[in-house]
Design a protein around this ligand. Structure first.
Ligand code: CDP
Length: 223
């Protein structure tokens, strides 16, 4: 935690396609707070490696790319240098590469200060895998959002089809399972709930119900 900041943080961690990005954005909008999409930084590192021809098996070279990322977030869009890479970042291939480079401790170190710098202003909603355990361990409210893998694959499938991108449900399910396994079993900052996190299972909850639940937990913390 940035020791000098008194900005409150709500962390929302969880596995891929659990809806945490959408929930985080809506909670932040409701409270008028900033948002940190930490997964975007891992995706940006993966994309920058591809663009620069850096082999993602070369840990030191990947960490160097992470340290030197020229990234800007502006009104929901994400820029690498001057290029708007918001859509390119969402490709499944980039998600899988992101989970590979995210397992490297040197890459996580390289991105740590950058993430803590987001703790400014009225408040921050931070979404990722290790927001409550590593990046903002003193956050006053921590959420761990889960949903069963079948419904997460179905959600991701629907998102892609809505965007006009062709998708195969079984392939998506296999990708999600591979990513879950890698994210939960890695040695550094594995995906797991902080001991003081509230666990919300959104398998049968709508996005709005999930957002309401988070806001209720936050309101309770204020009393
Ligand atoms: O949107 P989705 O949940 O599929 O992925 P994401 O949040 O954009 O994160 C992409 C990958 O980055 C994940 O599979 C994780 O391996 C990694 N990541 C991480 O290790 N730590 C974070 N705080 C956020 C993401």
């Amino acid at each position: 935690m940035n020791k000098h900041s008194t900005t409150p943080v709500i962390t929302i961690d969880g596995p891929t396609a659990s809806g945490k990005g959408t929930v985080a954005a809506l909670v932040a909008a409701h409270l008028g707070w900033q948002i940190l999409d930490s997964g975007a930084l891992y995706r940006l590192t993966a994309l920058a490696c591809l663009r620069q021809g850096v082999d993602t098996n070369e840990i030191d070279a990947v960490a160097q790319v992470a340290r030197q990322l020229d990234v800007n977030f502006d009104q929901g869009r994400c820029f690498l240098g001057a290029e708007d890479v918001t859509d390119a970042l969402r490709a499944e291939k980039i998600g899988l590469l992101a989970s590979q480079v995210a397992a490297y401790p040197a890459v996580r170190d390289a991105l740590l200060a950058r993430q803590r710098d987001f703790q400014q202003g009225a408040g921050l909603v931070a979404d990722g895998r290790d927001m409550g355990t590593v990046v903002f361990p003193d956050a006053p409210l921590k959420i761990f959002l889960v949903a069963d893998v079948q419904s997460r694959a179905q959600r991701r499938y629907n998102q892609l089809i809505e965007k006009g991108v062709s998708a195969n449900l079984l392939d998506l399910l296999a990708d999600l399972q591979a990513r879950d396994l890698r994210d939960t079993s890695r040695a550094v900052a594995p995906l797991k709930a902080a001991p003081d996190a509230y666990i919300i299972d959104s398998t049968t909850l709508s996005i709005n119900d999930t957002v309401d639940q988070v806001l209720q937990y936050w309101a309770k913390k204020q009393n």
